[in-house]
Every structure is written in structure tokens, then in C-alpha cells.
Design a protein around this ligand. Structure first.
Ligand SMILES: [Zn+2]
Ligand SMILES: [Zn+2]
Length: 90
């Protein structure tokens, strides 16, 4: 499933620069944010360990695949790392 972006009330004025909810992509389901977001949403709250491993680029979650190792084809931190590593040319 897709991540569910956290939003606050549209009339809540958080100033010209926005707040963390406006500026960061935070998922209300798995509670991942920015660097700790897997490619797809696991649909449940991640454990702290899973979140840390996603952030460290060692873990990703894909629909149909489940928890897996980043291979450069997703959008997690680890996938970006793989795409930036020399020798990756797909
Ligand atoms: Zn999510
Ligand atoms: Zn805001």
C-alpha cells in the first residue's frame, strides 16, 4: 500500500515556513518519516528496529515482496544508496 501522509487541519496556521507536518513526509500508518520510509507502506507501525534499518539503508518494504534488502529499484534510503554506488547501471 501507499504511505498515508500525515496532515493537520488546513486552517491551522503554522507560519510562513510551515511545521514538521507540512515540511516532512510523515506516514501515519507505519510512522516512517523521510529517510526512514520504505518504498511501500507495510500497513502496520514499524518496530523501532525496522525503522532504524530502513534509515540505515539496510531494509526496505515492497508490496508483494514484503521486507527485503534494497536493490536500487525502490525509493528507500538503501535504494538511493545503491543507485549512487559505482557499477549500478540499470
Ligand atoms: Zn507508511
Ligand atoms: Zn504545518
Amino acid at each position: 500500500m501507499k504511505h498515508t501522509r500525515a496532515t493537520h487541519h488546513p486552517k491551522l496556521d503554522c507560519g510562513p515556513y510551515g511545521c514538521n507536518i507540512c515540511n516532512l513526509f510523515l506516514c501515519t500508518v507505519c510512522v516512517g518519516a523521510e529517510g526512514s520510509l520504505p518504498t511501500d507502506c507495510p500497513g502496520v507501525r514499524m518496530t523501532q528496529e525496522q525503522e532504524q534499518n530502513v534509515y540505515a539503508g539496510q531494509l526496505d518494504y515492497r508490496d508483494g515482496k514484503g521486507w527485503c534488502t534494497p536493490d536500487g529499484e525502490g525509493d528507500s534510503m538503501g535504494d538511493i544508496d545503491v543507485r549512487m554506488s559505482p557499477g549500478w547501471n540499470r
